[in-house]
Design a protein around this ligand. Structure first.
Ligand code: SAH
Ligand code: SF4
Ligand code: F3S
Length: 481
């Protein structure tokens, strides 16, 4: 930890350290006294979350804490007494968006001198960013990181009482705090953390530095959360981890993620999803379990990153394209109706045209239902950021466009196969544009729009597909006989 003016500042080098020590689990870490419970009475908070589902889920804890302190949520930054940006550091454009908002909301501080402005999330774990914010954004009063969400009441108290900046970011391996409150933003769909952090250290990626070491929640804690959600009427849970396949390794849990997945399926909750699976340690047992249980959804996000073995090696991904294809084939054989999505980075340092071509070949082989495609973005402190790079930005942009053309063609083809089929849809609710048109997702994670005939949010209904687009399907409700 770096100290400055009584603050605890992030330190990327310290964030890199991994020891063999077990991560502590705290069950009574979060306590609020009467004074803290009254601190936000009559006050409004505005929370914006960027980035991945892990950050979304953190946002739900932050909201839970603030509401326990008496704050009320507002969707309108103008009405807020507290503005919090829960940020993402995965690529430069994610950072630019948050910094842009940090700048544009500054005007509100002039209008409201008591407004508290805070930043948290993965950017708060970055040395350079915190330094920039301290120097160039004097209106930011509060900065805390991903390891100390539970300190939010204490830090807010300091800012509100002393009217001085409060910054506390820890660069440590991390712990597990089990008793944080949560305000779930979904009514029928819920995120469930099964593990935190990442130890893969892919050479381009900042996440292991911002989120700490891989640490799993106990199976009892995860299962009891899933059971509670089921009792509360939730229809779908998504089990979250940067690499869910590693679940339980730190606990020496026999059976690992396959066993957790099976136990979750046995709770009988209608839909289970999971995110993200690293191809490296996707076990045969996992494939068997996914195939065996109807309530484990046939949709797998399996990031490949590149189709070239040399690039994969430099990325530190620990698999070859042959291994990826073998896994992909095994999944498709065992679960023929399964849908697949992936993540791909183009323009990794020194990627040649031929190497990029290998990525296109892989995409042609897999015919993904969806792919999230990115231009490589150097992240300070990671090994890839220290590599020289001979690929011009215009070339990277051209590759991204060529890749997206293939991805879109496949998405379109995969959706076209749904025409006239009857699918099960978990109804989300009316669409924003037209209250008579409802939308929801199939088991394979396809968005379906349909004219509603009495279905309610949270229902699982049968829909016949009548038209297929690249990123959505249209359908009509099948009447029960
Ligand atoms: N744990 C997940 C990924 C989380 S980050 C996994 O391994 O699958 C989500 C995606 O962002 C990654 O899969 C990768 O494709 C992309 N990404 C990560 N770092 C990046 C960088 N420096 N530049 C561009 N894309 C990046
Ligand atoms: Fe990043 Fe790799 Fe960990 Fe995913 S597995 S979070 S890409 S380091
Ligand atoms: Fe972004 Fe942090 Fe998630 S960097 S992708 S919010 S883990």
């Amino acid at each position: 930890m770096k100290q400055h003016a009584g603050w605890a500042l992030p330190d990327l080098k310290a964030a890199q350290i991994r020891t063999k020590q077990e991560s502590p689990v705290y069950r009574e870490q979060f306590i609020l006294n009467e004074e803290l419970r009254a601190l936000g009475k009559g006050k409004y908070y505005f929370l914006r979350t960027y980035g991945c589902q892990a950050n979304e889920r953190d946002g739900e804890s932050i909201a839970g804490i603030l509401e326990m302190m008496g704050f009320t949520q507002t969707k309108n930054a103008e009405d807020a007494d507290l503005i919090l940006l829960n940020t993402c550091a995965v690529r430069k454009n994610a950072e630019d968006k948050a910094l842009g908002e940090l700048g544009s909301l500054k005007r509100l501080c002039k209008e409201k001198p008591n407004l508290i402005f805070g930043m948290c999330g993965c950017m708060a774990q970055e040395e350079e960013i915190v330094r920039t914010v301290v120097e160039k954004y004097p209106h930011v009063d509060l900065i805390f990181g991903t390891h100390n969400i539970h300190s939010l009441p204490k830090l807010l108290y300091q800012v509100m009482m002393s009217h001085e900046r409060s910054i506390e970011v820890f660069s440590k391996e991390g712990e597990i705090v089990e008793n944080l409150p949560v305000k779930r933003f979904g009514v029928y769909k819920a995120w469930v953390n099964i593990m935190y952090g990442c130890d893969k250290f892919c050479t381009y990626c900042i996440v292991p530095y911002t989120r700490g070491k891989e640490r799993s929640r106990t199976m009892t804690d995860v299962l009891s959360e899933v059971q509670t959600l089921k009792k509360q009427g939730y229809k779908e849970v998504t089990l979250l981890g940067q690499n869910v396949n590693s679940y339980g390794k730190d606990l020496h849990l026999e059976g690992g993620f396959a066993r957790l997945l099976e136990e979750c399926a046995k709770t009988g909750i209608p839909r289970i999803r999971f995110m993200t699976s690293h191809p490296w340690d996707f076990s045969n047992e996992m494939i068997e379990v996914i195939a065996r249980y109807d309530n484990i959804m046939p949709f797998i996000h399996l990031p490949v990153q590149s189709g070239d073995n040399d690039i994969l090696k430099i990325m530190g991904r620990r698999y070859t394209i042959e291994q990826y294809k073998a896994l992909f084939d095994a999944l498709r054989n065992k679960i023929p109706h399964c849908a697949f999505s992936t993540d791909i980075i183009v323009g990794f340092p020194n990627e040649s045209e031929e190497q990029f071509q290998h990525t296109l070949d892989l995409v042609e082989y897999c015919h993904f239902d969806n792919a999230y495609t990115f231009i490589y973005s150097p992240r300070e402190g990671t090994p890839a950021a220290r590599m020289s790079d001979n690929v011009a930005m215009a070339v990277k942009q051209d590759r991204l466009q060529r890749l997206n053309e293939v991805v879109n063609r496949h998405a379109n083809e995969r959706n076209a196969a749904y025409l006239h089929r009857i699918v099960k849809v978990l109804v989300d609710g009316p669409s924003k544009k037209n209250p008579n048109i409802y939308s929801g997702y199939t088991e394979t994670n396809k968005l379906v729009n349909f004219a509603n005939e009495g279905a309610k949010s949270g229902d699982i209904i049968s829909v016949r597909i009548t038209a297929c687009k690249t990123w959505s399907l249209d359908g009509e409700v099948v009447k029960e006989k």
